[in-house]
Design a protein around this ligand. Structure first.
Ligand code: SF4
Length: 261
C-alpha cells in the first residue's frame, strides 16, 4: 500500500486525495491510521478526548505513536467526579498533559440567568444551547490552528454514527476528522483496555457506556442503544451534542457572544 503523503503549507479546503485516503486507511489497524495521521498532519494534529473508553484506547495508542501530539478535553463544568479523577490518572500513567478547555463564564452566566441551571430538560433547542456554550465554543478554541482532529467515534455506537468514515472532511470545523476506531466493536474496545491495562472510568462498570455531563448521562441496561444513556428524554435522532454535528445539531436559539472590550 502506498499512501501518498504531502506536506502542504496551505491546506486546501478538501484534498482531492481524500477518497483515496478513505479507501487505503480503511484497510489499516487503528495504530497504523494514527501513524499515518501523525506523519501527514503533525504538529497540527490533536486528539479530542472525553475520557470515554474509546478515547482512552486512542490515548494509549497515541502514546505509542507520538506522545507529543496534543490531547484536549472540554471541561463543561458539569462532568462526573470520576472523570476529573481519570484525567489525573491518565496524565500520570502516560506522562502527558491533557489541555482542558472551559466555557466562557459570561456566556454560561447569561444562559443560566435567562433559562435556568437545568435548561437542557426544557427542550431540544435549549439543550443544544447548553451544549453549544459548554462544548462547541470551547471546542472551536481547542481546534484552532489544527488541520485534523482525532475522535473515538465508532459506527456501532448509534443511529447517528452509522455512516462515519475512517477519515472525513469536517465541514463545521474546516479540518479533517480522523476516526481510527470507526469499525471497532464495543467488545474490541473493552478487550483492548483489559489487555493493556488502560486506565478507564469506573462508571463503565456500573452500566454507564457513553459518559458526558453528569446531569445528562445515565446507566443503560443490556440491549439498549449505546447512546441511550445520553439525553434519554429526547428522540434518538437528537442524541448528539453537536461536536459531531451532521446538520441538525445547532440550536435555533440565538447565542449572544461577548464582544471584545
Ligand atoms: Fe449542557 Fe447536558 Fe450538553 Fe452538558 S451534556 S453541555 S449539561 S446539555
Amino acid at each position: 500500500m502506498n499512501l501518498k503523503i504531502q506536506k502542504l503549507k496551505v491546506l486546501p479546503k478538501i484534498d482531492p486525495l481524500l477518497p483515496q485516503w478513505q479507501e487505503d486507511l480503511a484497510k489499516l489497524e487503528p495504530v497504523a491510521v494514527l501513524n499515518w495521521a501523525q506523519v501527514r498532519f503533525s504538529p497540527h494534529l490533536v486528539l479530542a478526548t472525553s475520557l470515554g473508553q474509546e478515547d482512552q484506547v486512542l490515548t494509549d495508542m497515541l502514546a505509542q505513536v507520538d506522545p507529543e501530539v496534543r490531547i484536549v478535553t472540554l471541561d463543561t463544568g458539569r462532568l462526573f467526579t470520576e472523570t476529573y479523577e481519570l484525567i489525573e490518572r491518565t496524565e500520570h500513567r502516560y506522562g502527558i498533559k491533557i489541555e482542558l478547555f472551559s466555557p466562557d463564564s459570561s456566556e454560561v452566566e447569561s444562559m443560566v440567568r435567562q433559562h435556568g441551571v437545568n435548561l437542557f430538560r426544557q427542550g431540544v433547542d435549549l439543550r443544544k444551547l447548553c451544549c453549544s456554550i459548554r462544548k462547541l465554543h470551547p471546542l472551536e478554541r481547542a481546534l484552532q490552528g489544527s488541520e485534523a482532529w482525532i475522535c473515538g467515534l465508532r459506527r456501532e455506537q448509534s443511529v447517528t454514527r452509522q455512516e462515519i468514515q475512517v477519515i472525513e472532511w469536517d465541514e463545521a470545523n474546516g479540518i479533517y476528522k480522523i476516526n481510527p476506531l470507526w469499525n471497532w466493536t464495543d467488545r474490541q474496545t473493552r478487550e483492548y483496555i483489559k489487555d493493556r491495562d488502560v486506565p478507564y472510568n469506573p462508571l463503565h462498570d456500573q452500566g454507564y457506556v457513553s459518559i458526558g455531563c453528569s446531569c445528562c448521562t445515565r446507566a443503560v441496561v443490556e440491549g439498549e442503544d449505546i447512546r441511550a444513556g445520553r439525553w434519554w428524554w429526547e428522540n434518538p435522532e437528537h442524541w448528539e451534542c453537536g461536536l459531531h454535528r451532521n446538520g441538525d445539531s445547532r440550536t435555533s436559539i440565538p447565542i449572544a457572544r461577548p464582544q471584545p472590550s
